[in-house]
Design a protein around this ligand. Sequence first.
Ligand code: AOF
Ligand code: ZN
Length: 337
Amino acid sequence: MDRALTLALRGPAHGPNPRVGCVLLGPPAPTGDRPVLGEGWHRGAGTPHAEVDALAAARARGHDTRGATAVVTLEPCNHTGRTGPCAQALLAAGITHVEHAIPDPGTTSGGGAQTLREHGVTVTTGTRAAQALELVRHWHHALTHHRPWVTLKTATTLDGRVAAPDGTSRWITGTAARTHAHTVRATVDAIAVTTGTALTDDPALTARTPDGHLAAHQPLRVVVGHRDLPPDARLHGAGGPLLHLRTHDVHHVLATLHEHETRHLLVEGGPALAGALLTHGLVDELHAYLAPVLLGAGPTAVTPFGITTLADAPRWHTTTTHRLGDDLLLVARATPT
Ligand code: AOF
Ligand code: ZN
């Protein structure tokens, strides 16, 4: 399963489909070792699933898969979507044992384990479940909550400010923090800002490499609010598709993005959008970039979201911290993982 998890990581972190890895093991040799017949992983929506990829690899090497074991990071699917059902492919290949780390939460895609059992395949589950879930965190969250995983990014002074009283805000964090933020952008499905932020900052919302080139994957660019963007806004330039949602209802925003199969949304401002999401408990992860600067005055990253007493403030669970030049990045989640 560790090998299957490593294979899964070769797939893209973004996109509507989960990252999945699969290893096919032959019957034990006299030494007790089990030969690897084939390995596979999923390369993105519309391409073969990990199981089918591993079966093809085994076939290409001339291996007989009858009686073999499939070790998969996710329960094999049982549906015909963009590709055919893996449960049928495994049965046709004569696989007699399937070990999958976590069940598929999909209402149409799940159920492969039951089909396999009905055809006499032994199926076990649960090995490395926490790691397998982390691998597909955003996808799994979207399927179970019917909305994308929401990461809120803030770049603030140590006293939580995003600008000085005169409005100057470029640049609070340093180059290393900004470069890191671009690597995150290259892994998400969509980035959202309000029309207010779009009009004030004129962001491009693209994922760029340190030398300024566009990264291979460009997230959907989402602008929330009623005001029009000027025709020369950088958001109209090269980058991901632009979606202007003329609403202030954050539930509507997330529902619309869910229809677009957005699994991971990065919210980059402004403070009112952050406040609205927090009011409704719709932020799953914080990326707080902190610069060693104090201002003592100026707007903060988040507008009031209903907290008047400390005991009511949600406590986040820190997952990682990174030092980026003089700055710090604190990654925290709403729920412990
Ligand atoms: C993947 N890759 O390796 C496996 C998946 O859109 P489709 O037709 O490709 O189906 C996607 C669903 O198939 C996905 O949501 C999950 O339930 C299941 N398994 N998907 O993209 C894979 N094994
Ligand atoms: Zn499948």
